[in-house]
Design a protein around this ligand. Structure first.
Ligand SMILES: O=c1ccn([C@@H]2O[C@H](COP(=O)(O)OP(=O)(O)O[C@H]3O[C@H](CO)[C@@H](O)[C@H](O)[C@H]3O)[C@@H](O)[C@H]2O)c(=O)[nH]1
Length: 473
């Protein structure tokens, strides 16, 4: 019988792509494997994955995608949680019969070595246990955030209050202290449904057969050490940790970008352009877009800026619906496009980020701190300005600025507003100051370390070999 591994990603694009890349990586190490990826529909629009999946299906025949029938939350479903993550956790829970069916039918022709799940897919642990299939976690963010995720149950038991009510930064093994306001919103309130779901996921992670994480040891040595030394799960054994990254997808052809856009970059001086891009879902209000434009204009720097349709709600940070066409002229300050046309370019909705970051003209990256973006910047050796919007991104900013020292921070007001003065100051700092230079040197060093980690016999390749080896035991 053929050997198989089943991957169960969360359907949001930022999670799905790195899980699929993990599947491809496993195949490079063990080409005889058959990889099965379970695909559910999304609880809300978290980025279209259709083109990406189609391109993988066309090019990697050893990966089979299993599409589940569309599942919807019952009409009487109600939750007091304000976080959309609750809907995702709930919908994935309803998919358990589909998971059971898929695993049973794959097992008819394969020896299933393991089920690798995303932290959202915790409900499937019950099915894996029922069918006596080992389960692993694949953590799509970094080791620094994993520390916190693993340590959550200890914090929960140790303190009777919600994290948002802590009056001092929270101590986490192997990490700088995390201010309560920088904790991911769904984890701030212990009575929230999303918190309960992730706490359950954290506990199930602790009893998994292993935790695979998309990072490399040299980027986050202190965090990795704390996990391996058992500090994040005190009093109990910690599962084996496999740092197999950086996994970066160089997908193309799903962005509709015109060639003139890259030609523009070709015509710019080396390392002179600041690239602004806020992940697959990041959005701003119309006022904030204007403020960014004013800051960029005053900074005098060259820029390439990916702009999405604004939200009406000033506090909404992630797009959850399809966007209509954009009229940049009316969105941005009057005359902005004309005045900056010699040194700036605004792109609508999407740019091929991996390609842009690796272009020699790009010298800085303003990012929402999504982990894939961080790794892509590291691999390209581009220093960052950290401007978090949602999910675990504020937590990532603390790690990027204080621990890894590969980014400078953007400071916002309590409600997330960033002034044009702050944009101007930080963009200049990144591109011109001594601090910016230090961050650039550090990220360039990490670029070298990332490459080295992926070379035969080095840390990430040994971790991958160790993971595959563990299936035989
Ligand atoms: O115009 C764009 C916008 C995005 N991307 C790509 O889209 C991906 C975005 O991934 P990421 O930076 O991780 O952001 P999100 O899609 O927002 O990722 C979600 O998943 C990540 C991994 O768990 C988390 O770290 C984030 O906080 C969470 O929002 C990257 O590969 C980018 O290259 C583009 O190529 N062009």
């Amino acid at each position: 019988m053929k050997e198989a591994i089943v991957l169960y990603p969360s359907p949001a694009i930022g999670h799905l792509i790195s899980m699929v890349e993990l599947g491809k990586l496993l195949l490079t190490h063990r080409p005889s494997l058959s990889i099965h990826i379970l695909i559910t529909n999304q609880a809300y629009d978290a980025g279209s994955t259709t083109n990406y999946i189609a391109s993988v299906s066309d090019t990697v025949p050893s990966i089979a995608f299993h599409y589940f029938p569309a599942t919807t939350l019952p009409p009487d479903f109600s939750t007091t949680s304000p976080h959309h993550e609750t809907l995702a956790l709930e919908l994935l829970c309803l998919n358990n019969p589909n998971v059971r069916h898929a695993l049973t039918s794959i097992s008819e022709n394969h020896v299933v070595y393991g089920l690798i799940i995303d932290c959202f897919c915790v409900a499937a642990v019950a099915v894996a246990r029922e069918l006596s299939i080992r389960y692993y976690y694949f953590f799509t963010s970094g080791a620094g955030y994993l520390n916190f995720f693993l340590y959550l149950s200890t914090l929960h038991d140790k303190f009777a209050k919600s994290l948002k009510d802590f009056d001092a930064p929270i101590d986490v093994p192997g990490s700088p202290p995390i201010p309560p306001s920088d904790v991911a919103k769904p984890l701030q309130d212990r009575y929230d449904e999303a918190y309960k779901g992730f706490l359950d996921s954290s506990l199930k992670m602790q009893t998994s057969a292993g935790i695979i994480v998309n990072t490399f040891e040299e980027l986050e040595p202190r965090a990795v050490r704390a996990i391996i030394d058992g500090e994040c799960v005190p009093g109990r054994p910690t599962p084996p940790l496999y740092c197999i990254g950086p996994l970066v997808s160089s997908r193309r052809g799903d962005d509709g970008t015109s060639p003139e856009f890259l030609a523009w970059l070709d015509s710019q001086p080396r390392r002179s352009v600041v690239f602004l891009c806020f992940g697959s879902l990041g959005v701003f209000s119309g006022e904030q877009l204007k403020e960014i434009a004013m800051g960029l204009e005053r900074s005098g720097q060259r820029f390439l800026w990916v702009v999405r349709n604004p939200t009406k709600d000033k506090n909404q940070k992630a797009a959850t619906s399809t966007m209509a066409d954009l009229d940049l002229g009316s969105l941005l300050p009057e005359g902005f496009l004309e005045r900056t046309k010699e040194r700036g370019l605004v792109v609508k909705k999407w740019a091929p980020q991996v390609e842009v970051l690796s272009h020699p003209s790009v010298g800085g990256f303003v990012t929402h701190c999504g982990w894939n973006s961080v790794l892509e910047a590291v691999c390209a050796g581009v220093p960052m300005l950290a401007w978090p919007l949602y999910a675990e991104q504020r937590h990532n900013r603390v790690l990027l600025v204080q621990e890894m020292r590969i980014a400078l921070p953007v400071d916002e007001s309590e409600d997330g507003w960033v002034s044009s003065e702050e944009v101007e100051k930080r963009v200049r700092e990144l591109m011109e100051s001594e601090e910016g230079k230090l961050v650039r040197e550090r990220v360039l060093a990490m670029k070298g370390e990332a490459k080295a980690a992926l070379s035969p016999g080095a840390s990430s390749r040994s971790a991958l070999a160790g993971l595959v080896e563990s299936w035989k035991r």
